[in-house]
Design a protein around this ligand. Structure first.
Ligand code: CP
Length: 300
């Protein structure tokens, strides 16, 4: 049966820990200049219906370094933009490429694509989940602080796709997640109900106090166009600052999937704070995506 990676819970906890560990091994090989090209002759097709910097660069570079090839199409420059059904597109792609990565708001479209695809499909971010980012975040925590099992993680801000994926990650990676969001912006209730490892709290201060990892995301993500001004007001008081981080544990880390909006969800100085791991986190998109592609395409 074809394996897809549409959300973290498509994989077992053992699979996910193995992927994170493998990502660090692949990073080491690359840093030592070792050429490792098990995907020679393989092609990844990437469909972007939304903008991207890190996801595109990570997957394209990953395929290049692994000896394969990546190609990009957008909804606008393909027949998808003229209404060709995703199921037909999936069948055609499977005749020509070895895996597909899709970024689009509608998670259901990615599920429909995957259901019709005989090659692995990867969720490159939808309005519901961003599982690839979580692989990089978990790798970064593991490399900096070791095992995340039993740690406390604080998510402050919008309970959107990143927060939903953190709720799933809490159960699978075995950490406790405290979530501070304004009323009406909590992550999906069904995801929260499915785990004892994630809970809503009343304030950013309560979420962050004693936490080992503090995470946030932008207040207006792709899909929130036109809501920016209203959201600035709603999320007032949810900015992550060095002073807020001072409430966390002494060796706490800060992560943000980027792009960041200084002066909104983070203070202007936060990315320069020694507790910020955001550049490493972004770089680990490459290594964790290599581990994912190796696993999906080679089964190891
Ligand atoms: N974090 C992330 O997914 O970045 P991009 O939107 O630039 O791909």
């Amino acid at each position: 049966m074809t394996r897809h990676f549409l959300t973290l819970s498509d994989f077992s906890a053992d699979d996910l820990f193995a992927l994170v560990e493998r990502a660090t091994v692949l990073k080491g090989l690359h840093r030592r200049g070792v050429r490792y090209q098990p995907l020679v002759g393989r092609t990844l097709a990437m469909i972007f219906a939304l903008k991207s910097t890190r996801t595109r660069v990570a997957f394209e570079t990953a395929m290049h370094q692994l000896g394969g090839h990546a190609l990009v199409i957008t909804a606008d420059d393909s027949q998808l933009g003229r209404g060709e059904p995703v199921e037909d597109t999936a069948r055609v792609f499977a005749e020509m490429v070895d895996a597909v990565m899709i970024r689009t708001l509608d998670h259901g479209r990615v599920e429909s694509f995957a259901a019709a695809s005989s090659v692995p499909v990867v969720n490159g971010m939808t309005s519901r989940f961003h599982p690839c980012q979580l692989l990089a975040d978990m790798q970064t925590y593991s490399e900096r602080r070791g095992d995340i099992r039993g740690a406390t993680v604080a998510f402050v801000g919008d309970g959107y796709n990143m927060c939903n994926s953190y709720v799933e990650a809490a159960a699978l990676f075995g950490f406790q997640l405290r979530i501070a969001t304004p009323p009406g912006h909590a992550p999906e209730a069904g995801l929260l109900a499915a785990t004892d490892n994630a809970a809503l709290v009343d304030s950013p201060a309560e979420a962050v106090t004693g936490a080992d990892l503090v995470v946030t995301d932008v207040w207006s993500s792709m899909g929130h166009e036109g809501e920016e001004a209203a959201r600035l007001a709603v999320f007032n008081g949810y900015q992550v600052t060095p002073e807020l981080l001072d409430r966390a544990s002494a060796d706490a880390l800060f992560m943000h999937c980027l792009p960041a909006h200084r002066g909104e969800e983070i203070s202007a100085d936060l990315l320069d704070d020694p507790r910020s791991a955001v550049w490493e986190e972004a770089g680990n998109r490459l290594h964790s995506q290599k581990a994912l592609l190796e696993y999906l395409l080679l089964g190891r």
